[in-house]
Ligand binder design. Sequence first.
Ligand code: NDP
Length: 267
Amino acid sequence: MYKFAVFGNPIKHSLSPNIHTQFAQQTGLEISYDKILVPIDDFSSSAQAFINQGANGFNITVPFKLVAFKFASELTLNAQIAGAVNTIKIEEDKIIGENTDGIGLINDLTHNLSIELKDKVILILGAGGATRGILLPLLEQQPNRVMIANRTPSKAIKLAKDFAKFGKTCGFSLDKIKHDPVDIIINATSASLDGKMPNIASGVANNAVCYDLMYGKQTPFINWATTNYGSMISDGSGMLVEQAAVAFEFWTGAKPNTKQVLSSLRR
Ligand code: NDP
């Protein structure tokens, strides 16, 4: 029996236990998968306690991906470049940190939603752990450029600089977003968790693909994108299932069928 969990704060909204239980049923593996609400300053002791209970691995969600990166004793190349960890695998005394967010987003955009990323102008809102995780996989698709806008501009500027060797990037504050439309807007802020939408120029959404990493409810960003004529609008449920599938395979070696699980979530 594999022992897994997801760590976050808040965590009530997480669909990960449901998704991983479906993967286990598909692949004939026995698992337990808990939701663990971690106090904001207590990630390391909660994670260590779970490991001491015999955990095989766990997922990490907002706001702990950067502390999980520091907590891991080893990092995959993907996690090193992202500087953020959303999946940990325990292997004897090794705590291996991986990041499956980026590949999850790319799989959803390109396979499930049939969106071409090459030569596109992409605007990312937010510069936290999720943005770090998606930047390299996005840049590998050779977009025209990736712009990062954040409430705290210094973080966006730093990220743009850190990833400039992988493609054309720039960073600035949310209020510097122009009215000119872009091809794709990705909301990677955690504002939707609080029922908020960053206050940004509305013209930027005109005819753009608008993708909210948040999932499971009609978010303010989805409403904003609808009002401002986004061409294709999606929440992050496809990314959630795809990143979970990569984590499940990382832990167990078994590859689940994501389409089946995604359609069960959308029912
Ligand atoms: P972090 O806590 O690391 O970063 C949060 C980011 O959101 C920061 O850039 C922060 O800005 C910004 N932010 C928070 N509140 C506001 C606000 N009211 N207005 C403007 N900006 C705001 O979180 P993560 O990067 O880990 O996660 C971001 C979101 O992505 C979450 O909603 C998470 O659930 C979702 N997610 C979904 C996944 C999926 O599979 N679908 C996978 C990964 C993440 P500042 O720097 O100024 O504080």
